[in-house]
Design a binder for this molecule. Structure first.
Ligand SMILES: [Fe+2]
Length: 383
């Protein structure tokens, strides 16, 4: 297989549906950027953040580069210096704070120019397979950056200007007590098949794996359960932020968690979020359980949804992010391949900020196990 595998990702969304989804994602992006107060675009240099205007410029650049420039720098950009400024493969993370980012007015014009060209293609109704693929790629890339804005806004304590709020409890769809579900040995079709619609390169290709029997929790670990673990530690460990979820604090006997700019008393029944994989594993060790593997969580998430409670969080697994056999990178080569270095963990699921069309059980997310700033949680398996 080659990097032209993407031609096997049909069926494509119809031009009208693509137009609708792109208009919606653009509305989200523009609202986030427009509602920033003056000065809020200047943020501290931290490894997990990007300057907001840089991130905005980057997602426009990505769309223009793949949809309108055929992935070639020799095809000029609408914006001078766009490649030097906004190609994430070329500008180092720290240099993004030093770059001379154009003014917000220039960026907004760049955004409208690029998107208007795409809308013209989509409204024409005649879209080639190649165009459909790259428009979907750019759209989903924009959606992922919109989700990154949501967790960046959470890190910075900024008000989130759109729905949804971060309150997780109202997501509880299935009203039943948490329990362990025993799942007998079975064959799982892992990954995505050809011609099953748009996929990312790390899902290639669907293959059968044998999953030995296991027992997995119907619910993600709750704030209340995690608090029991915290209370088992000594006082110094409890008050150090190392074991706490990010954005928790204790006042008197009450624990609070921050939802963007708002501190609220923790909801003991809500899934615990903003936990690193390392802390999830410390919890498991204390409780005598373990994290699920990628295969086990995939079995659960492809099973009938009445049996388990989604958490609306990306859920950690114990599996290292690795290519499936026969992997080959797609044209945007840096999507997966650079991260197959054994340092990243697979997460399954979705967050409240993930559009419904990216909530596919085959989707493989991946982060360093030390990260806890994004919307992550975990469920457990009996050891
Ligand atoms: Fe990106």
């Amino acid at each position: 297989m080659t990097q032209f595998d993407y031609l096997l990702y049909a069926p494509w969304l119809s031009p009208m549906n693509l137009l609708k989804d792109l208009e919606h994602s653009n509305h989200v992006t523009q609202t986030i950027i427009h509602k920033l107060d003056q000065g809020q675009e200047k943020i501290p240099l931290l490894p997990e953040l990007n300057p907001p205007y840089w991130e905005f410029g980057h997602l426009i650049w990505f769309h223009e580069f793949w949809v309108h420039r055929h992935g070639l720098e020799s095809n000029p950009s609408f914006l001078t210096q766009a490649d030097t400024l906004f190609n994430s493969s070329e500008i180092s993370h720290d240099d993004r704070w030093l770059a001379k980012i154009p003014t917000i007015d220039v960026l907004m014009n760049y955004f409208s120019d690029v998107m208007e060209r795409t809308f013209t293609i989509l409204r024409s109704g005649s879209v080639s397979s190649e165009q459909a693929y790259f428009i979907q790629l750019a759209l989903y890339h924009e959606d992922m950056h919109n989700e990154a804005f949501a967790y960046m806004w959470q890190s910075l304590g900024y008000t989130w200007p759109l729905e949804p709020s971060l309150r997780f409890i109202e997501d509880q769809e299935n009203n039943f007590e948490p329990r362990y579900i025993h799942i007998s040995e079975r064959k799982l079709l892992l990954g995505s098949a050809q011609n099953s619609g748009f996929i990312f390169d790390n899902e290639k290709w669907q293959h059968e794996v044998l999953v030995p029997e296991f027992s997995i929790s119907s619910h993600a670990v709750s704030n209340g359960e995690y608090l029991e673990f915290l209370k088992s530690l000594n006082n110094a460990e409890i008050s150090s932020t190392e074991h706490q979820p990010a954005y928790w604090k204790k006042e008197g006997d009450t624990w609070f968690e921050r939802f963007h700019e708002q501190w609220l008393a923790i909801d003991l029944k809500a899934p615990v979020r903003h936990i690193s994989a390392h802390n999830a594993e410390k919890y498991c060790l204390w409780r005598g359980v373990r994290l699920p593997t990628e295969n086990e969580l995939s079995v659960l998430m492809t099973s009938v949804s009445e049996h388990w409670q989604p958490s609306s969080l990306w859920e950690w697994t114990s599996s290292t992010f690795e290519p499936f056999e026969g992997f080959s990178p797609d044209p945007y080569q840096d999507y997966s391949a650079p991260w197959f270095d054994g340092k990243y963990r697979v997460l399954k699921g979705w967050s409240k900020f993930t559009p419904h069309y990216l909530r596919r059980p085959q989707f493989r997310n991946f982060y360093l196990p030390s990260r806890r700033d994004f919307f992550c949680g975990f469920r457990t398996c009996l050891a």
